[in-house]
Design a protein around this ligand. Structure first.
Ligand code: GLU
Length: 527
């Protein structure tokens, strides 16, 4: 690639960034970084009616959370700024004027009522009203009016728009990296509005002018913009500018594979469609976010990378660096990519295993504290104080290191940090009930005697290590020919409250001699 790679992610701040937008940003980011290029954030906020407070900050926060910081943006700045179109407002009119001067655009004065009349009239006849070469001379514009008539209207301050004059009987040859060559007959194109009399450009004009001025080399965006490509090509030609390369990314489909994944699908289908939680500033409605739902950004990024792209090998796990190295726009598919919410869980489980236990412990500690507080206050309510046994009271010595060790024992079975408590509560607090079905299976007539023996082995195990405990208890079981289940099941039930959890010897070692003995004795007393 000889040209310096400069790509832009150009969202409109009309609300929280949809997951599809994050995928577009990611593909831009990967492409930029792969080619030592520049990743730019441009805020396309020319439509002030759709502007939503907080949306720009949300976009920046989402990119940062995913680990895709921008090189140039409204906040990073750079020599191509400003990066908000509302701050570039003064730039666009001169370009619209240039197109008028070169005969590529014209003033149109048709009122909203007239256009509406034509639209409805066509609809009634089963047709679609298109403003272009076939009817523009019958409408009110600077092509149908004389230069003097046009000037009179402009001088009188009549409302106008500036429209692109799409040519008749031409074939456009468009190129898209993902879709190959596309031929378009100009006769089907309408004369799109480029500029409005409120002094604002439309998306099309502002987007092309900015891509040119910002020296964008590759436009990577969603498939929904493919229908605009013909106009954009024509605009570059009309200005005499070099056309950037285009890549239109495939749609993201609903989990069923039918239809485009929409912003509303999240609520309907029960998974987030936004990277971060979003509170609507007008309604205060809260939409779920992947971050707050407990996903790691690495999982989100890895998952999104495979929505429309794959490396052509079996490898699925890619961190950001590996994605940058492997990414290739030529390997992006044309067909829609099905959004599978279970797949991102699978990635999350994987990245959970890769996180350090200390980092996870920081996330889990508040959950442990909260649960222990709830248990403590419940215990106080339901049992009078002098009845509280020590093993019913929560441990109060949970330091980060202990939590970290617990996580090491249970995280293999967790997808989210929020799963940790269910998998590990018995490391922090004694069970106050015993699973009924398991009790029937585990507690037999001879259990009491067996557990008494176990207590005495534990009490006499001086060097309290997992290995010693294992050797002593297993050795005893073997020498007495008791059968492992007869010992291990009631033991586990006494410690955990259910036939679940990691290795019993790990649990004994972690909760310590005194607590282990207390829990077993509690069961002995119940039997
Ligand atoms: N502002 C457009 C959007 O919201 C940008 C489309 C483009 O990248 O050209 O998606």
């Amino acid at each position: 690639m000889t040209k310096k790679v400069r790509v832009r992610f150009a969202p409109s701040p009309t609300g929280p960034l949809h997951i599809g937008g994050v995928r577009t940003a990611l593909f831009n980011y990967l492409f930029a970084k792969k080619h030592n290029g520049t990743f730019i954030l441009r805020i396309e906020d020319t439509d002030q009616n759709r502007y939503v407070e907080g949306a720009e900050q949300y976009i920046i926060d989402a990119l940062n959370w995913c680990g895709m910081p921008t090189d140039e943006s409204p906040v990073d700045t750079g020599k191509y700024g400003p990066y908000r179109q509302s701050e570039r407002k003064h730039l666009y009119k001169q370009y619209a004027n240039k197109l008028i001067a070169s005969g590529n655009a014209y003033y149109a004065f048709d009122t909203a009522e007239t256009l509406d009349f034509h639209r409805k009239d066509h609809e009634a006849k089963g047709k679609t009203f298109i403003y272009n070469w076939h009817n523009r001379l019958k409408l009110s514009n600077s092509l149908s009016l004389s230069a003097e008539e046009t000037q009179v209207k402009l001088d009188a301050g009549e409302d106008y728009v500036i429209r692109f004059k799409s040519p008749q009987d031409e074939t456009l040859h468009l190129k898209d990296i993902i879709r190959g060559d596309i031929k378009i007959d100009t006769n089907i194109l309408d004369d799109k509005v480029l500029f409005k009399s409120d002094g604002m450009p439309t998306y099309h004009l502002a987007n092309i002018v900015d891509d040119h001025l910002m020296e964008i080399s590759h436009v990577i965006r969603g498939e929904e913009w493919l229908p605009s490509l013909a106009l954009h090509y024509q605009l570059y030609k009309a200005f005499g500018w070099e056309t950037p390369e285009f890549a239109h990314l495939p749609l993201i489909l609903k989990p069923t594979g039918k239809g485009k994944l929409s912003k509303r699908d999240g609520d309907k289908l029960g998974f987030p469609v936004f990277p971060l939680q979003w509170t609507d500033p007008k309604t205060n409605d809260v939409s779920r976010g992947y971050k707050e739902d407990g996903y790691f950004p690495e999982a989100m990024v890895n998952f999104l990378a495979f929505l429309g792209w794959n490396p052509g090998t079996e490898q699925e796990i890619f961190n950001l660096e590996e994605l940058i190295a492997a990414f290739d726009l030529n390997k992006v598919n044309k067909s829609g990519a099905r959004f599978d919410p279970d797949k991102i869980k699978w990635f999350n489980h994987h990245y959970m295993q890769e996180q350090s236990n200390d980092v996870l412990a920081e996330l889990f500690k508040p959950i442990v504290d909260e649960n222990l507080n709830v248990i403590a206050s419940k215990t106080k309510q339901s049992v009078s104080n002098d009845e509280i046994t020590t093993s019913q009271a929560p441990r109060n010595d949970v330091d980060a290191n202990y939590i970290s060790m617990v996580i090491g024992l249970i995280k293999e079975r967790a997808t989210f940090v929020s799963n940790f408590w269910d998998l590990s509560h018995f490391f922090f607090t004694a069970p106050n009930s015993y699973d009924e079905k398991a009790s029937k299976k585990a507690f037999k007539e001879d259990t009491k005697g067996i557990l008494e023996e176990v207590v005495s082995i534990i009490n006499t195990t001086e060097d309290f290590t997992v290995e010693n405990l294992q050797t002593n208890i297993k050795g005893w079981i073997t020498s007495k020919e008791i059968g492992f289940g007869k010992v291990m099941m009631p033991l586990r039930l006494a410690l955990v409250g259910a036939l679940q959890g990691p290795d019993v010897f790990d649990i004994i070692f972690m909760i310590g001699k005194a607590e282990t003995v207390k829990r077993i004795e509690k069961v002995i007393n119940l039997l």
